[in-house]
Ligand binder design. Structure first.
Ligand SMILES: Cc1cc2nc3c(=O)[nH]c(=O)nc-3n(C[C@H](O)[C@H](O)[C@H](O)COP(=O)(O)OP(=O)(O)OC[C@H]3O[C@@H](n4cnc5c(N)ncnc54)[C@H](O)[C@@H]3O)c2cc1C
Length: 505
């Protein structure tokens, strides 16, 4: 059996390793960006203490929400994908939000996902707890409190003084409060699926990685996908790859774009580009969710030490009552940094329990080198907007509480309720553009195993399929879900012996 995996990002690395464990499966992994071996990162990527947006990034611009404001929405363009450029924050999210997945795919709830979350992690502090793992591929640890930057220590003390609870472990089910941020990082180095899944598997004869190619569109015969077409990134030269199965792992913005270019999706998104509709699926590119982020900037007004780069050793999660419901938000405080002779700190409020689904992905042309048209829909949902404002107010209240009070001067107009609408950006967790669902759900594109409905031989197993954004950063959820879908794929294609099981211990 020959499988082509399109996209060597977070999900693609997991799947390439898991599927090629069976020598009877020939796996070809295709990626636009370059490959660096573990530990041989160029300096621009080796910096684990910040998000990387300036290099190895797709440079996509998106429309923010109701306003036409253009905003950069980063995505990693490198083997490892966004896991190489992200902030390495390793959170599970609250169980009740995974339980909502079962409304889309019966049985896919927190109880179904927890074993996979446990299986992927090696939690250095809490691995023995029943809701953690201690021998998975992804190391997770937290910064000891005695090493926190003074501004962050003050932030935590002020949050506690405001009545927020202390949490040792933000990944304990139901934990809400202030405590150390869990990271998939060791000795200041990101620990990613490229390092821990793909690289160890690359010596296998049945696994090939091809970089520097842009996935253009699928080849389709009747209702069967028979392979795909790629273009060389440098020359534009066209090559075709035949496969028994194509698995899309191009991420939330680009997996739907490939389907649309192939004539699969809503008619009104395809025909204006002169593309023939091959298979009508109204949900392709629709219903995107993301976590809106609102930044609050302060001048640091004492001589308290700041870092050369912003960083987040501590995290506050809290709930606010919005329209009669308690809903979760996060506050991510940066340690404080020097910028152009000023000493600044930035605190991000994330609408963690985001409900809006108005984001969408379209194509601007048939050309694979054109970026997709991205409309993010942030804060279109009135409840999300109220939660953003409530989170900002709580952050300002913490900033005015001792021992933080007097250390931070807010920039003007931060208390203005419109601040959120004017400045909203991505917290980098878009999902749901090829959402999973039941057969009678017309807007569902994939089933619970990632199979694209109504077609043979084509799957998506990346963040695009997530039916409801978890109330946390999405990296661990994507790894866990791609593990689960990979095992289902192996079992469903006659290769069950190679499928990993989270219950194997
Ligand atoms: C800046 C940033 C910060 C983040 N911070 C965190 C964090 O701290 N914690 C957390 O949990 N999550 C974080 N996330 C989110 C997390 O990284 C993503 O949810 C996850 O990596 C998504 O995995 P994926 O496999 O769906 O996509 P990706 O990992 O983005 O992989 C997609 C891959 O496909 C390739 N590709 C795309 N289109 C094509 C094409 N046409 N042809 C060839 N190749 C293509 C890309 O180059 C990439 O390698 C962050 C994301 C970003 C971008």
């Amino acid at each position: 059996m020959r499988v082509v995996i399109a996209g060597a990002g977070t999900a693609g690395c997991v799947l390439a390793a898991r599927l090629s464990a069976d020598p009877g499966i020939e796996v070809l992994l295709l990626e636009s960006g370059p490959h660096y071996r573990s530990g041989h990162w160029p300096p621009a990527l080796a910096h684990a203490f910040r998000i990387i947006k300036e290099t190895h990034d797709w440079g996509f611009q998106a429309q923010a929400g109701a306003s036409p404001r253009g905003v950069h929405v980063p995505r990693g363009q490198v083997v490892g994908g966004s896991s190489i450029t992200n902030a390495a924050i390793a959170l599970h999210g609250l169980p009740e939000h995974y339980d909502e997945w079962a409304q889309f795919v019966p049985g896919l709830d927190w109880a179904a996902m927890l074993p996979w979350l446990r299986m992927i992690e090696d939690d250095e502090q809490f691995g023995a707890e029943p809701y953690h793992g201690d021998h998975g591929p992804i190391p997770i640890n937290r910064w000891p409190r005695e090493g926190w930057y003074p501004l962050l220590e003050r932030f935590a003390e002020a949050a506690l003084a405001r009545g927020h609870a202390w949490v040792d472990d933000h990944n304990a089910p139901g934990a809400v409060g202030v405590g150390p941020t869990p990271f998939n990082m060791r000795d200041g180095v990101r620990q990613t699926p490229a390092d821990h899944y793909l690289d160890p598997a690359l010596g296998r004869d049945n696994l090939s990685l091809v970089t520097g190619v842009r996935v253009d569109r699928l080849m389709i015969d009747g209702d069967r996908v028979t392979g795909l077409v790629v273009r060389d990134e440098a020359t534009g030269e066209r090559t075709t790859h035949h496969a028994d199965h194509v698995i899309l792992c191009l991420g939330t913005y680009q997996s739907p774009a490939v389907l649309l270019r192939s004539g699969i999706g809503p008619v009104d998104a395809i025909t204006p580009h002169g593309i023939r509709v091959v298979h009508e699926l109204p949900g392709v590119g629709r219903g995107m969710q993301d976590h809106p982020k609102i930044s609050y900037r302060f001048w640091v007004s004492t001589d308290i030490p700041v870092w050369p780069h912003p960083w987040i050793q501590v995290l506050l999660t809290a709930k606010a009552e919005v329209r009669g419901e308690e809903r979760l938000f996060q506050v991510m405080p940066y340690a404080g940094f020097a910028d152009g002779g000023h000493r600044i700190s930035e605190f991000n409020v994330q609408v963690a329990d985001a409900r809006g689904r108005t984001g969408r992905v379209d194509i601007q042309s048939t050309h694979p080198m054109d970026q997709p048209v991205l409309r993010m829909g942030w804060l279109d949902d009135p409840g999300d907007r109220d939660l953003a404002v409530a989170g900002g107010r709580e952050l300002m209240a913490v900033a005015r509480t001792a021992p933080l009070a007097g250390v931070l001067d807010p920039w003007p107009n931060l208390d203005d309720a419109d601040h959120a609408l004017r400045t909203v950006e991505t917290f980098h967790h878009p999902v749901g553009t090829l959402r999973m669902g039941r057969d009678d759900d017309l807007m569902a594109v994939t089933d619970g195993a990632g199979r694209i409905r109504g077609l043979e031989g084509v799957w998506c197993m990346d963040a695009s399929v997530i039916p409801r954004v978890p109330s946390a950063n999405t990296h661990l959820a994507v790894i866990a879900l791609s593990e689960r879908m990979g095992a289902q794929f192996l079992a469903g294609t006659g290769h069950a012996a190679a499928a990993v099981s989270p219950d194997a211990g």
